[in-house]
Design a protein around this ligand. Structure first.
Ligand code: ATP
Ligand code: LTN
Length: 330
């Protein structure tokens, strides 16, 4: 069976962008792939974060994973920090990626631009190295991610090529990013030219928002001049974003969504239908999330996941240590 791996970092409250671009996708792979889904808690330390928030947000994400339909009989759910092989492989791989490459990463450029130059953490710079370790430890064939993470997977691919060429054998499996056909980049509702992002919340819908707040946010989403419901991200970014959200949640194409709304010429009416769609999906999701959070299954799920993940990851780590010449002895 081919393998799939992905993760979310617990840096902020999860948004509708995380739901559509990631959470909702992860479940789709659990029947076809040996599925690994984790919480990238070490990655959450790459920018300052409150320890209590990091802890509670980590538990939240486990509950969100379960609420999204991930089944522990099919998917291994675990914490990155529970599997020390991630940090160990990171220490090895850090020597195989270059400063030039890392400094060209869009995420690094965006996030470091907001910091004082003297206070840019090395972890933020080396973020893609740890991400490559996350992927390669599991010999993953596919990595389901939103559009913004594609570049990091590309860099992992470059690393695989470099590593396998250097040691003249197929040490690592070549992974491939897969993004949702619709919804790979959900935009902010208040500024639809910017990505909806949990660590820079502007115009975000949070998965924990009360339903009436979600409706209010959608009804007051920034739109464009005109009255037609047309997908045109350049000239009509607000309407295009809402169309994208509707299409993704309905599992239809953008074209199909556009056809559905061709006779509606009032943004208010359109927004109401989009809000209904979002709530139809999010309300039961929130109820499942609350149930998982309250029934004490979180630790059990993580313990099971930790054992399974460690087994796979340690095996790969030993192979890599031997490949690069570290003295492995039993
Ligand atoms: P941060 O703001 O801390 O960078 P984020 O909201 O971008 O966080 P991540 O933890 O980086 O979230 O992403 C988790 C997953 O959700 C990734 O696969 C990412 O591509 C996806 N994702 C994040 N934001 C969006 C979005 N607006 N639209 C679609 N997918 C998204
Ligand atoms: N960088 C990702 C989180 C992440 C990840 C990974 C995703 C860390 N390691 C490995 C896929 C595979 C993000 O910001 N969402």
């Amino acid at each position: 069976m081919k393998r799939s791996i992905s993760g979310i970092k617990p840096t902020g409250n999860l948004t509708l962008g995380n739901y559509i671009g990631a959470l909702r996708e992860f479940k789709k792979y659990q029947d076809e792939y040996e599925n690994y889904v984790f919480i990238a808690d070490l990655h959450a330390l790459t920018l300052p974060i409150d320890p209590a928030f990091l802890r509670s947000n980590t538990k939240d994400i486990v509950a969100f994973y379960l609420a999204s339909g991930l089944d522990i009989n099919k998917t291994t759910i675990f914490l990155q920090s529970d599997v020390s092989a991630h940090s160990e492989l990171n220490s090895i791989l850090i020597n195989y990626l270059y400063m030039g490459e890392l400094s060209r990463m869009t995420q690094f450029k965006d996030k470091s631009a907001k910091l004082n130059h003297e206070a840019i953490g090395v972890g933020l710079f080396a973020y893609p190295v740890l991400m490559a370790a996350d992927i390669l430890l599991y010999n993953a064939d596919v990595v389901p991610v939103g559009e913004d993470q594609q570049q990091h997977v590309e860099l992992t691919r470059d690393l695989v090529h470099r590593f396998n060429t250097r040691y003249n054998k197929e040490v690592f499996v070549m992974p491939k990013a897969i993004t949702p056909k619709v919804g790979a980049r959900i935009m902010s509702l208040s500024d639809p030219t910017k990505k909806m992002s949990k660590s820079d919340p502007k115009g975000d819908i949070f998965l924990k928002d009360e339903p009436n707040i979600i409706r209010k946010k959608i009804m007051s989403a920034v739109t464009d001049t005109g009255s037609d419901i047309i997908y045109d991200p350049v000239n009509k970014p607000g309407i295009s974003n809402l169309l994208q959200i509707y299409a993704a949640l309905s599992d239809i194409s953008i074209e199909e969504a556009q056809t559905k709304f061709k006779d509606i010429h009032q943004y208010g009416e359109f927004k109401k239908i989009v809000a209904d769609k979002v709530l139809e999906e999010i309300i039961p999701f929130q109820e499942r999330y609350k149930a998982f959070l309250n029934n004490n299954t979180i630790n059990e799920v993580l313990n099971i996941g930790k054992e399974r993940a460690r087994k796979v990851a340690n095996k790969t780590l030993t192979k890599i240590k031997k490949t690069v010449g570290l003295y492995v002895h039993e």
